[in-house]
Design a protein around this ligand. Structure first.
Ligand code: DX5
Ligand code: ZN
Length: 220
């Protein structure tokens, strides 16, 4: 499994060393939760933090933009070192032109769907979309309980993406631990985002445990 640790739950005073541990543990990418206090009721990191993380690791960086105006800020996230820009389908912007702008600026485009949002809203953008991120919590905070209905969305997305022969990877974000991660893998997810599970224990061991999940192991 591909694992993308979300540094929102890292020890910020130990961030450099914890980024090193994610890198040496074979994480697929680092997940950066950017919140603006408007789109979600919380505030997190900005460009300077992303630049510092960029200088510390060669891992791909994915910026999960939980902000009102990704159309205004996307370029600065790319320039700060983010490789993949994850934009919410619920953001009040023209998504088709933002998708073009991100790609022509040299970034990869990803689309995010909240728990209450129908998956079909993302379908028109999947053709040139590196990642479809399915939220399994309401965005804003780490440490929330996994919303089980997200699993049906993952299976539906797997079916749709395979039937259209698209290359979009399916990622899931929120409440992922070794148990819910197994359910997500069985439903067809390609990438697991995890924050509190990874950073509340032995980081290397938890990344290894999530990485070792394989399709079918959760079935009896
Ligand atoms: C929620 C964020 C998630 C979250 C994950 O708004 O997008 O990345 O912090 O945290 P855990 O894994 O603790 O649910
Ligand atoms: Zn996230």
């Amino acid at each position: 499994m591909k694992i993308s640790p979300s540094i929102i739950s890292s020890d910020l005073l130990e961030l450099g060393r914890q980024v090193d541990l994610c890198t040496s543990s074979g994480a697929y990418s680092l997940h950066l939760d950017v919140m603006d206090g408007h789109f979600v009721p919380n505030l997190t990191m900005g460009f300077d933090m992303i630049r510092s993380i960029r200088s510390r690791t060669k891992l791909p960086l994915e910026a999960h933009l939980m902000i009102e105006r990704p159309d205004i800020y996307y370029a600065r996230f790319i320039e700060s070192g983010a490789n993949l820009i994850l934009v919410h389908v619920e953001a009040p912007v023209r998504l088709a032109s933002l998708q073009n702008d991100i790609i022509s600026h040299g970034g990869k485009f990803g689309i995010v769907v909240n728990p209450e949002t129908p998956l079909e809203y993302a379908y028109p953008f999947l053709e040139r979309c590196a990642v479809l991120l399915i939220m399994s919590v309401h965005p804003g905070f780490s440490g929330q309980k996994f919303i089980t209905s997200a699993l049906e969305k993952v299976s539906e997305a797997r079916h749709y993406i395979d039937s259209k022969r698209l290359e979009t990877l399916i990622e899931i974000d929120g409440g992922i631990n070794d148990r819910t991660g197994q359910l997500a893998v069985d439903a067809g997810a390609d990438i697991l985002v995890s924050a509190s599970y990874i950073f509340s224990g032995d980081i290397e061991e938890r990344i290894a445990r999530l990485s070792s999940l394989v399709h079918g192991n959760g079935q009896t």
